[in-house]
Design a protein around this ligand. Structure first.
Ligand code: CUA
Length: 312
């Protein structure tokens, strides 16, 4: 079927099955009722000005039929829906936990082995995953159309969902709850790796969308990270001010901080701003940037700085 997203999880076929059954039944009754309506309107139309409308008090048989049949159908649909819902809400015992945090406007993932990734969720084909989710600020919603899963994330409360990815590939993650200016840019990717590729990834080889990136020149890697790690949600590269200062002409810029001190945007200033963003807020901006400590490696920070240097 091409009119719905690719089905890439164990839950997808169940959701699609339910959707198809409900859609088919709805179409069937829509056509049936519309046809009968049109037929009766023509057949029993008023033929002359003095024609009287017949007086009909009721038809018990008919009333029983049109009450009982829809009731049975609706109960069956409810049971079918409930069975699928229960399946989707009950993670299997052997599922591995991955913690998700939603934050304006990025996703962080923390794995059972202590690994952390940003906006890219790495999972192993055919291994069930339970996502334990929480928001840092406002309500977000984790939505993977290809897996047919969607669940809100809230501050102060854990929510969960689970799935078993069945197809190797890269699939979109959307935030499906309006969460502020950067909502439409709160995008991520689920990368489903084969068991062998997953083992390699677990051992810490740098991969980006399944491909190794270690060999890229720093400025190019920096540009990839700028998009991949959501820097672009808040920092423009064309001089326009979004949430934070633009990266254009940032390198070696001088200015004033919120606390009155002055700054020069050299390598150390940029590194500090990435690791401890609350420490040096540029005058006129809000302290909203999360720390990227543990998320970006030293080499990646160096690459981002190299990229910023190219933005004159
Ligand atoms: Cu997060 Cu919309």
């Amino acid at each position: 079927m091409t009119w719905i997203p690719e089905a890439a999880s164990n839950l997808a076929s169940k959701v699609d099955g339910l959707l198809l059954v409900i859609t088919f039944i709805s179409i069937f009754f829509f056509v049936l009722i519309s046809a009968v309506l049109i037929y009766f309107a023509v057949k029993y139309r008023r033929r002359s000005d003095d024609e009287e409308t017949p007086y009909i008090t009721g038809n018990q048989t008919l009333e029983i039929i049109w009450t009982v049949i829809p009731s049975i159908l609706l109960i069956l649909l409810f049971v079918y829906g409930f069975v699928v819902y229960k399946d989707m809400r009950t993670p299997p015992k052997d599922a591995v936990d991955i913690t998700v945090t939603g934050k304006q406007w990025l996703w962080t993932f923390e794995y059972y082995n202590g690994k952390k990734t940003l906006n890219e969720l790495y999972v192993r084909q055919n291994r069930p995953v339970r996502m334990v989710m929480r928001a840092d600020d406002v309500i977000h919603s984790f939505f993977v159309p290809a897996f047919r899963v969607k669940q809100d994330l809230m501050p102060g409360r854990y929510t969960q969902l689970w799935f078993t990815p069945t197809k190797i590939g890269t699939f979109d993650i959307f935030c499906a709850e309006y969460c502020g200016t950067g909502h439409s840019k709160m995008l991520g990717k689920v990368i489903v790796l084969s068991p062998e590729a997953y083992d390699i990834w677990e051992k810490g080889v740098a991969v980006d969308g399944g491909e190794a990136v270690a060999s890229l020149p720093p400025a190019e890697l920096g540009e990839k990270l700028y998009k991949g790690k959501s820097c672009n949600a808040c920092h423009s590269v064309d001089g326009s001010v979004v949430i934070g200062p633009s990266f254009k002409g940032l390198y070696e810029r001088e200015g004033e901080l919120e606390d009155g001190a002055s700054y020069t945007a050299d390598e150390n200033y940029i590194m500090q701003s990435i690791l401890e963003p609350q420490e040096q807020i540029v005058k006129g901006f809000q302290p909203v940037m999360p720390s990227f400590k543990g998320i970006l490696s030293d080499a990646e920070i160096t690459a981002i700085i190299a990229y910023i240097k190219t933005l004159k």
